[in-house]
Design a protein around this ligand. Sequence first.
Ligand code: F6R
Length: 641
Amino acid sequence: MKTSLISGHNQKERLQTLIYSNAADACLHVATAISKLIRERNEAGKATVLGLATGSTPVRLYQELIRMHREEGLSFRNVTTFNLDEYYGLPGDHPESYRRFMQDQLFDHIDIDLEETHVPDGLVERDQVYASCQEYEDAIGKAGGIDIQILGIGRTGHIGFNEPGSDARTRTRLVTLDSLTRRDAARDFLGEENVPRHAITMGVGTILDARKVYLLAWGEGKAPVIAQSVEGEPTDSIPASFLQQHGDCEFCLDHAAAGHLTRVRYPWLVGPVEWTPEMVRKSVVWLAQKLNKPLLKLTDEDYAENGMADLLTEKGSSYELNIDLFNITQHTITGWPGGKPNADDSSRPERADPFPKRSLILGSEPMDDVFCMGGTLHRLANQGHDVTVAYLTSGNLAVPDPDVRRAIELIMEIGRERENQENVGFARSVEQQLDSKGRFGEDTREIRYLKGLIRRGEARTSARLLGIESQQLRFLDLPFYENGRYRRFKSGDADVAAMVALLQELKPHQIFTTGLGHDPLSVPAISFDVLCEALKKCAGSGWTSECRVWLYRGPGAEWDAHEIDMAVPLSPEEFELKIRGIYQHQTQRSQSPSTLRKGGSDTWNLASQLNKATAEIYDDLGLAEYEALEGFKLWKTNEVN
Ligand code: F6R
């Protein structure tokens, strides 16, 4: 169901923007429009021409179209498709080629005539590229033009592979990929160095020629670029903004991707709002940050001049508002993330009783725990709580091959020294499998197994530094991950059953987890869905009503100040310890040396920057000055659908 968050306040938006409660609902809307058109055309004996995208974004849309084909008899016999783009230099059967993606995700499951499916040829000779692109344009024209064009959007603002700098007249051509785009694709190619540098893409002009355009976007990672595309001037630095010039384009977003639109982020700037406590907090913190003032120094004029006069009228004066907000923010700070025993807890984020608490920390992959809440984890353990850390997936897909080779060397060496033929044999066999997989082959079971063990070892050494012993760690190795690969993950009953078993065994008083608002196909988001399903199944078990779920934002991001319900300060020593804990995850220092050379930050630096930044924000708001802060949001179950 479409939910317009605050209707009628869209004057900042320069094109039609629909916000759905989740990606599945948005996909249903678009799939319904596609199927309606195909049926009308089929009845009239005419063909339908679809422009298609690849990437994570349209996967659910394709799943819905496949379902409509299987269950509702939607036929694609009369459909012609043109894909937006293809990596240059990749053969069609390469696992990351867009031709292969389309076969796997859609074409192999519907009754489309493959002759009528078009993807730019990534192997065309350099001197033939221009002609080949012309032919692609001609073929679109000959088919009658594109009826419906599906788009995702890159964090650079690209549509297709039209990177910043592409203007509205561009046509199908060979382009160079932006470094951010290549970084975003690094995970799929098992390393940035493997990502092709060039691609063939339809132009912005080609896209604008389509009769109807749907741009889809999910997850908070897309929120900034969506806001720029929808509310900014059309500019070639954000090619998606040229869609404002299209007469019939809809942006279909989930809540998280819409998060930076003015009507969602600063609704008081575009019309009257209901001043709920959350809205008051959000707006006052925003005002203080905007004016660079501590909360207690905001004046009546500051409120009045920044679209918040009605808040003043409703609440009295800036004096009262400021004190209220100061206290609310102050009360989020606690050095006792498990609650302070025998203390008045009426204005503390966590209850004093029971003590000790059974605290369950969930990591969608090893390292989430220490990266996002290493200091808090250390405090929970130190303060005597009964802590369990459960890693939902092994994270084996994120281990680079050279790390496996190092492990093989070690196993072989030990095997030889101790004359253990079994170890030597195992190591040789994995080595051979690595050799024969080539640059882009998939990892065999044994390679994945060994990679998983490497991550277990890293997790153990890291946790031990923070005061968590091996017996407090659980490795669930959920099947959705073990049997899948990026973009192909799909959770099922077995995943939920494993989570239910863990929850029923531990009966936690508090759970720390992540994944809300992430890209729905990402590992944290799927892990979060599994937890939600499991909690539903456990409802009524007694312990669930006493259990609080605390959300950490996830690797690489932190909550905005107004979203934080619990802020755990880290002393300089604790912070140092956390960083040393992160260092133990040797295989995860993800950025390539070239990114680092250009001043980019690696995973390890990022963690320290984020926690320090949160501490600075609290300091700027006029609260105490800490070395670093880890932020958590109390999860309200009604936020998930
Ligand atoms: C894919 C394409 C790209 C993607 C964009 C978002 O054919 O043209 O513009 O739509 O990079 O990628 P995901 O969906 O993986 O976030």
